[in-house]
Design a protein around this ligand. Structure first.
Ligand SMILES: [Zn+2]
Length: 319
């Protein structure tokens, strides 16, 4: 029976249950937080994380895949606290979330040295704990697959090949990063059945998304509520059509919600809401609006729901 590492220790894959495939219990820059800790309210962060995860639990969520890597302020002790307080399992990752920048530390070390850091998180534990990474994370965004981004992708790929650990790659459909990301993984010999290209739902270009699915990877329709990239109706139309075309076993539906995020000053939050850039962004939106809409459209029945929200993540994490 395959097991999956969580911040509370390994569990059998079938125990993961109803799973959100891409969320963040906290997102902040670890360097800023280390240098100016008084700018952060750890108790408020913890309260917000408990509230978000607790609300998801009310919808039956048993496991949350937390995609926070280096530069997102990954903190597995914080994750474990949230998991223990809510009774919801959290699955942690290793990797680097950068759109280009690399610290001198990694710029002056080679791909294999970088991969070795990820492998240590997978095999020994993260940040001096016994919490092990269950998947690898990398990112490509508006800048495309730059030299540094490619280096991170190759390091993630080599760690995956050496350890059998799955990969989640943040992508940006607007500049079509996905095909190049898949190509790099293929060049490095990664098992495509272990690869998830996140944020594909930011486009409604079905040809683009199906092109990735045809390459054997999972695609994330995982930013529900982030209207500035694509509104919910268009996201739903895309999801429904992909399901109708028989791709339900390749879809991850989630929200990429951050219980707290330090990217903007506090006064910016109401503006995002009032301008419509985000709408009902939370860890429950998919259950409150998306699943009912997909059922209404005839695209989702209980079986498809189970495939998308239970089986797909377990299969990606263990196949
Ligand atoms: Zn994310």
């Amino acid at each position: 029976m395959p097991t999956v590492e969580t911040v509370q220790g390994p569990v059998q894959a079938h125990e993961l249950g109803l799973t959100l495939a891409h969320e963040h219990v906290r997102f902040r820059d670890e360097a800023v937080a280390a240098e100016w800790p008084d700018r952060y309210d750890e108790q408020a962060e913890l309260d917000a994380a408990r509230e978000a995860v607790g609300a998801a639990k009310q919808h039956g969520v048993q496991t949350i895949v937390d995609a926070t890597a280096m530069f997102g302020g990954r903190d597995v002790r914080f994750m474990r606290r949230v998991a223990e307080d809510t009774g919801v399992r959290i699955v942690a990752c290793t990797g680097i979330y950068s759109y280009d920048y690399l610290p001198h530390y990694f710029a002056n070390r080679d791909i294999d040295a970088m991969a070795d850091h990820f492998i240590a998180d997978i095999q020994r534990g993260i940040q001096g704990t016994d919490v092990k990474a269950a998947f690898l994370k990398c990112a490509a965004d508006a800048a495309g697959v730059t030299e540094n981004v490619e280096k991170i992708h190759r390091a993630v790929a080599r760690a995956s090949v050496q350890t059998g650990t799955p990969i989640m790659a943040h992508s940006m459909p607007a500049v079509a990063t996905g095909p190049r990301q898949v190509e790099i993984f293929r060049e490095e010999g990664v098992d495509m059945a272990r690869v998830q290209i996140a944020h594909c739902g930011d486009t409604d270009d079905l040809g683009y998304i199906e092109g990735l699915i045809d390459g054997g990877v999972y695609v994330g329709l995982d930013r529900y509520g982030l209207e500035m990239y694509l509104p919910i109706d268009k996201r739903n139309a895309t999801a429904a059509e992909l399901i109708r075309r028989g791709h339900s076993e390749r879809l991850m539906i989630s929200q990429d919600f951050c219980a707290t995020i330090d990217w903007f000053p506090p006064e910016a939050a109401p503006v995002f809401e009032s301008s419509g850039a985000i709408r009902n962004w939370s860890m429950t939106l998919v259950f409150e609006e998306v699943v009912p809409a997909l059922r209404e459209m005839g695209a989702m029945d209980d079986q498809v729901f189970n495939t998308v929200f239970v089986e797909n993540t377990a299969r990606w994490l263990t196949a």
